[in-house]
Design a protein around this ligand. Structure first.
Ligand SMILES: [Zn+2]
Length: 147
């Protein structure tokens, strides 16, 4: 077993700790970085799972990317794709939903596409979620080229 990030071989204990915290194989250094990120940004665990899921699919997203106004959970800045991890829709109040919609509008006006992905999707359908995000990213890249 090796760290997904740096390929360092994991001890039994490092592996156990990282799997218990994030469900992702990480060395103590990379787990420490994630612990710090969560403390500083309140990053959802699902964002970390998705980040590494995407990395394993061969792409290079950014985690907690600062867009100038706010921190975005995951971003592909070259194609201006932002991904926000959402709570479940049925738990959203209409004020929160409207705020999200306004935020999406503002970022769209600035050329950014925002995807809102519910936590449960990452928890239960990580592979399919990654596949769809890769498809969207490819689509955006093709559109940029076309312009
Ligand atoms: Zn590592």
């Amino acid at each position: 077993m090796n760290c997904i990030d740096c390929k360092k071989e994991l001890s039994y204990l490092d592996h156990k700790k990282a799997m218990e915290s994030y469900g992702v194989e990480l060395c103590s250094k990379h787990k420490g970085l994630m612990d710090k990120l969560i403390r500083q940004n309140n990053t959802p665990i699902e964002a970390i799972k998705l980040y590494y899921g995407l990395k394993q699919a061969g792409v290079h997203p950014m985690l907690e990317w600062w867009d100038g106004k706010k921190s975005v959970d995951i971003a592909f800045s070259r194609v201006k794709l932002n991904i926000e991890i959402d709570m479940e829709y049925q738990m959203l109040t209409h004020e929160q939903a409207m705020n999200d919609l306004e935020e999406t509008m503002h970022s769209f006006q600035n050329g950014f596409t925002t995807l809102r992905i519910p936590k449960s999707l990452i928890k239960h359908y990580l592979n399919e979620t990654v596949t769809n995000i890769l498809g969207i990213k490819e689509g955006l890249r093709a559109n940029i080229k076309a312009i």
